[in-house]
Write a protein that binds this ligand. Sequence first.
Ligand code: AHR
Length: 521
Amino acid sequence: MIKPPWIRRVRRALLAAGATAALAAGLLTATATTSQAATQGPCDIYAAGGTPCVAAHSTTRALYGAYNGPLYQVKRVSDNTTKDILPLNTGGVADAAAQESFCANTSCVITVIYDQSGKGNKLTQALRGHWPGPAEGGNDNLANAFEAPVTVGGHKAYGVYVAPGTGYRNNNTNGIATGDQPEGMYAIFDGTHYNGGCCFDYGNAETTGNDDGNGTMEALYFGNSKGWGYGSGPGPWVMADMENGLFSGVNTRFNDIPSVSHRFLTAILKGSHNQWAIRGGNAQSGSLSTYYNGVRPNATGYNPMKKQGAIILGIGGDNSNTGAGTFYEGVMTSGYPSDATENAVQANITAAGYNSGSTSTGSLTPGSRISLKATTSPCCTSHYLRHNDADTKVVISPINSASAATDKADATWIVRAGLANTSCLSFESANDPGQFLRHSNYQLYLNTDTGGSSFAKDATFCPTTGNSGSGTSFQSLNFPTKYIRHYNYTAYIAGNGGSNAWDSTRSWAQDASWVTASPWS
Ligand code: AHR
């Protein structure tokens, strides 16, 4: 039988990664009869290694060479209708343009992340669990569909941006490991977006939504929580959430695993009886490192494991939802994958070509970094809109090339598609990821995106020609007569006349007009 080229490539990758010739030949022969895919995906490699995917989730690309079904579903706010987003071609990258045209002039959330494995293990909004959810009804929020832009192989795509309060789950799965059964999993995260909350997880959890005791979960965790286990340096770390504990190795607290913060991070966890491992690497290049490989944590309840087989994304097993992170793709397998198989998956991931969404600077393009210069003369033309370090207020202050690095970073913003309307804009802090410029009681603050619709509106501004005739003004989405304005060196949304001191008509037009400048950091 003549093997198609992708089979030869998988075999070469497995052999290069350390598989025996017999293993590669035997498993690949079995696979060759069942797939005509022109290219291979991570799940083709896991299948060839004898540990097939039983869940395969991605909003950015197909994870099988032969997959051409829906990747995810978005819902638009204007009329509550939904649309499935498919790959551009079989085995390819997501059709981001379809999302952009469906969501134009409104905003969209990600409602479903489909399971490409054929097991039906899709992820949908996580419902209230043991841990109380946020104010909006107790269930978790859905991710804004535009908050995590990337390119994959040069094609635009969107990841799943998990602000605290956001969560996805499936409590009724098919084929996921239960009890002490072996399994593996990987995910690609944004290594620069994390926090210390509990728990930005992806993997196996309780089907009840409750904390059902030690050993009832086996999920990847990413963040810098020190509440349970931790590793070397300041974090973040890839750890294992096995319930009532985030583990970095055999010791229940400290184990010498490195902090890892690659912009695109491959994170791997696998467990089989009294054996488990954490691995990881840069999803853009290079190979995997093994951070831990050994026996279960030195505490009661984790051997044997009592996995229940639900799948979570962005939350802990009991729906603890104060974690933050960004997810691009991830799979769970049946069986304990070999290191060689995972090494071949890493080669596939680096070849896929993940890159940041936009590297343009000095313009109001989502993904670009900017600084916003005040235009009021003579007081303020060397002042920039920035957040304070000591509190959450947003102010203006002079910034120049000799300014401290922290001041420069405080005056730098990442332009985002408007959280509440994609034809407008939001501004994320360059040095406090996940925190956005928003108004509250008409004053501007830097606050963490809680994922709710009120926050989204308060953090969305529509650019217009500068009120003074030059530069740009930023109109509040939910108070359209008010624009971002500095007054007495503090930032507000202000009308041209009104009941608040900062609505003063004196120099309103200049105070409310800004120059989009190159980013200070
Ligand atoms: O194990 C850490 C967390 O503890 C779990 O994710 C959660 O279920 C519990 O609160």
